[in-house]
Design a protein around this ligand. Structure first.
Ligand SMILES: [Zn+2]
Length: 230
């Protein structure tokens, strides 16, 4: 945005930091200059055997896995993810995706990756929210790496089984997310970076990774904005 237009816009509609809520200065984007450096970074890009990579050991061959910062109960940065996900702050997801790459480029974590694929939202959820937050994070990463974003090949579907006379847990199991990869030449034989907003148990990334491998993707790496501390 041209600087004088931003000055006028800031005067009438002050932008606030998505972590602490303070009014942003002219040169600040989404996070203030206190909250951005204080973000609890993981440095996983520099440690290949990190806790996130270990979630997939023995389950799926993953080249590299890293999240940008930690996400713990009661932390203000938890609110940041909530805002990116539910409050329309998709541009902040894109911005943090760019920063994730910029800050970790020297680690070589992103070297050799051909394209970026976001974990898809179920179409019903996407209709309700209006956007897929993981797609915006993936967009920021792809833009910074100058490689394609492929957001339409991996699709989310819901297992539908007969729900009559099932217990709560069975119902949960029968409605868990499943993923399919549509045939796509942009992905076959490639090294794909799969992107989500948060990793907790790794179950969603694993299910997506399995769909990518089944569809002919040769190498899979994983990246998330946040890593939940369990
Ligand atoms: Zn702040």
């Amino acid at each position: 945005m041209r600087s004088w237009i931003r000055d006028i816009a800031d005067f009438f509609f002050p932008r606030t930091c998505l972590v602490c809520g303070n009014v942003l200065m002219h040169n600040e984007e989404h996070l203030c200059l206190h909250c951005l450096p204080d973000m609890p970074r993981t440095d996983f890009c520099y440690h290949p055997d990190n806790a996130m990579a270990q979630l997939f050991y023995g389950k799926l061959r993953v080249e590299r896995a890293a999240g940008y910062f930690y996400f713990s109960k009661g932390s203000d940065y938890r609110l940041l993810i909530h805002r990116i996900k539910y409050n329309g702050e998709k541009e902040c997801g894109r911005y943090l995706g760019q920063l994730f790459v910029r800050e970790n480029r020297d680690s070589r974590f992103f070297d050799g990756i051909d394209c970026v694929v976001p974990v898809p939202l179920h179409p019903r959820k996407k209709r309700m929210r209006g956007y897929n937050q993981s797609e915006w994070i993936a967009r920021g990463i792809a833009e910074e790496l100058n490689i394609p974003l492929v957001a339409d090949a991996l699709i989310s579907r819901t297992h539908r089984m007969s729900q009559t006379r099932k217990g709560i847990y069975d119902r949960y199991l029968s409605t868990r997310q499943a993923f399919d990869l549509l045939p796509d030449n942009r992905l076959v034989g490639r090294h794909v970076l799969l992107v989500d907003d948060v990793v907790t148990t790794g179950a969603t990334l694993l299910a997506c990774g399995e769909a990518l491998a089944k569809g002919g993707v040769t190498s899979i790496s994983m990246a998330t904005l946040a890593v939940a501390k369990i």
